[in-house]
Design a protein around this ligand. Structure first.
Ligand SMILES: Cc1ncc(COP(=O)(O)O)c(C=O)c1O
Length: 401
């Protein structure tokens, strides 16, 4: 169907070059000696409609800061979506807490709020909803459950810049929200991250923790290092790249949205292709990926892998999304470690293993197909190429089995 290239990513902004050269020549490379990281924090907070932003070295470190500051501690349990990048629950393990997976609703690709309560124990201290691919989690239902059971809410918005839920930006609806600016992201800087929030005291602690536990505003100087901490700081060069990339973020988001809406309509007309479902009409995805489900039996039992191969051969890049990560090796590696055996009883770990059954998530990992965000930066005629390629595969499904 197609041999032409798709939009590239990331896209360099030459406006960044003079500022970067000047900063490099000056030797003011870290945030302690320059103003660019703070400037980025102010602009990102404004963009998100939130009081404060703390820039970090990466999305993973943003999550590490947020979970620590909100009190996730050794021996706690943290509810989390299993359909996510591995960093989300690696961070829970780094805090020596137990990730407890809440099943996914395959229609939305997101945590199923009706499954939260059955996973609670007296050790559950927090929940990490993940706005995966930029799709908004049903935050009203999630926050209601969190409030009822006194859980902290840390939004993993690492794929959700400018996504919205009922008029508010994703990442601003829980206690803290975390973002990633890694190279592939819709707002890229090679590496980078941010924590956003509205509570000054909590954000002061985030700052202090990310700066080795040094005093910061309400974190008073009772000693040189009044709280535990780590170095999670962003570099000046990351901030300068981000400031230049922010010049295009809203326009890109609008183009992705328009193309996604076009695909929603056109793809739904093809049997066996089921685009993601938004949890409410009053929501907007950030489209880090454009996902849909491929229903093999409606496609003449063509296997998903074969469909993906055919779509790539037609010139449309696509992927199969996340696997069954709740069975990944790192989990047993953690649960069998000396520390976890000390922190959790044999009975609790046995029960955890027995309950690690996620039919909704399993189904999704077998059906999902996704297009990367930069594809959505194309033209309407590019979107037609996608629709025509899938239609062609559907019409020739008999020769693919
Ligand atoms: C959902 C999710 N959480 C966390 C992360 C971690 O971000 P980073 O790679 O910037 O550390 C990512 C990034 O890939 C992500 O997609």
């Amino acid at each position: 169907m197609r041999t032409a290239a798709w939009p590239d990513w990331p896209i360099w902004n030459r406006n960044a070059e003079d500022g970067i050269a000047e900063m490099l020549r000056s030797g003011r490379w870290w945030r302690g000696s320059g103003e660019h990281v703070a400037e980025f924090e102010k602009k990102y907070a404004d963009l998100m409609g939130v009081k404060r932003c703390l820039a970090t070295a990466s999305g993973t470190t943003a999550l590490l800061v947020a979970t620590h500051v909100l009190g996730v501690d050794a021996g706690d349990e943290v509810l989390v979506s299993p359909y996510t990048f591995i960093a989300t629950y690696n961070v829970i393990f780094m805090n020596k807490a137990l990730p407890v997976f809440v099943d996914t609703d395959p229609k939305t690709f997101l945590i199923n709020p009706s499954k939260i309560e059955e996973r609670l124990t007296d050790r559950t201290s927090a929940i990490i909803p993940v706005h995966i691919y930029g799709l908004p989690v049903d935050m009203d239902r999630l926050n209601a459950a969190a409030k009822k059971h006194d859980l902290k809410v840390i939004e993993d918005a690492c794929q959700a810049w400018l996504g919205e839920y009922k008029g508010k930006k994703l990442g601003t609806l829980g206690d803290l929200g975390c973002f990633s600016f890694q190279n592939s992201k819709n707002l890229p800087a090679g590496e980078g991250g941010a924590v956003v929030g509205n509570n000054d005291k909590i954000m002061d602690r985030c700052y202090s923790f990310h700066n080795c536990g040094r005093p910061y505003q309400s974190v008073e100087r009772t000693s040189d290092y009044p709280i535990r901490g780590s170095n999670r700081r962003m570099q000046q060069i990351q901030a300068l790249i981000l400031l230049s990339q922010m010049e295009r973020i809203q326009k890109d988001a609008d183009v992705r949205l328009e193309n996604a809406k076009y695909l929603d309509k056109k793809l739904a007309e093809i049997p066996g292709i089921v685009p993601y479902k938004l949890v409410t009409e009053d929501a907007r995805s950030a489209y880090h990926l454009y996902p849909f489900r491929f229903i093999s039996k409606e496609f003449g039992n063509v296997k998903r892998e074969k469909f993906i191969q055919a779509l790539k051969a037609e010139g449309v890049p696509c992927s199969d999304g996340y696997g069954k990560q709740n069975h990944d090796g790192l989990i047993e590696e953690a649960l069998n470690s000396r520390g976890y055996k000390r922190l959790f009883s044999e009975k609790r770990l046995k029960q955890w293993r027995e309950e690690n059954v996620l039919p909704g998530n399993d189904q999704l990992t077998e059906e999902a197909v996704a297009f990367y965000q930069s594809i959505l930066l194309g033209t309407k005629s590019d979107m037609d190429d996608i629709v025509n390629a899938i239609t062609k595969i559907y019409e020739n499904r008999g020769s693919l089995v």
